[in-house]
Write a protein that binds this ligand. Structure first.
Ligand SMILES: [Fe+2]
Length: 159
C-alpha cells in the first residue's frame, strides 16, 4: 500500500515495513479486545465478579493498545486497518469458542488469547528494532510489558 507523504525522516522502506507490522498487531489487538468483552459478558461461577471486572479492566487497557498501534501506523504515512473485515482477515489469534465454557475454560481461553497477542508483540519489538525504528520498538515494548502483566493476572486464576 502506498504511503501518505510525511516530513517524518525515517526511510520510506522502514516506514512501509512498520505500517504492515503495526496493522498486523492492530488486528490482533482489536480481536483481543473483542474476546475480552466476550469473556466479560459470559463469565459465570462463584468468582464471577472478580473475573467480570478483571476482563473489563484488561479490555480497557487493550483499547489503549489499539489506539496507539493505529495512530503510530498513520503517523508513519500508513492507513490504519481497523474495520471488522480487515481485522477478521488479518488476526493471528485463535477464534473465541462460541460453545458454553466452564469458568476455568473461559479463563484458559482468555489466557491463550493474551499469550498469543503477547507473542506477536514480542516478536514485533525485534522486527521494529532491526528496521531501525526505535520508537515503534518502544511502543511494542510498552505494550508487551502490559500484555505480560495481564497474562500474569489471568494465569493466577489457574493455579
Ligand atoms: Fe460491562
Amino acid at each position: 500500500m502506498a504511503l501518505n507523504p510525511t516530513r517524518n525522516d525515517l526511510p520510506a522502506k522502514a516506514r512501509a515495513a512498520m505500517v504492515d507490522l503495526l496493522n498486523a498487531r492492530l488486528a490482533d489487538a482489536i480481536d483481543l479486545a473483542l474476546q475480552l468483552k466476550q469473556a466479560h459478558w459470559n463469565i459465570k461461577g462463584t468468582t464471577f465478579l472478580m473475573l467480570h471486572e478483571l476482563f473489563d479492566k484488561l479490555h480497557e487497557e487493550t483499547e489503549g493498545y489499539v489506539d496507539d498501534l493505529a495512530e503510530r501506523c498513520v503517523q508513519l504515512g500508513g492507513t490504519a486497518m481497523g474495520t471488522l473485515g480487515a481485522v477478521s482477515a488479518a488476526t493471528s489469534l485463535s477464534p473465541y469458542p462460541t460453545r458454553p465454557q466452564s469458568t476455568t475454560g473461559v479463563v484458559k481461553t482468555v489466557a491463550d488469547a493474551l499469550a498469543g497477542f503477547g507473542k506477536g508483540i514480542r516478536a514485533a519489538i525485534d522486527a521494529a528494532d532491526k528496521a531501525g525504528d526505535k520508537d515503534t520498538a518502544d511502543l511494542f515494548t510498552e505494550i508487551s510489558r502490559g500484555a505480560d502483566k495481564g497474562l500474569w493476572f489471568v494465569e493466577s486464576h489457574l493455579q
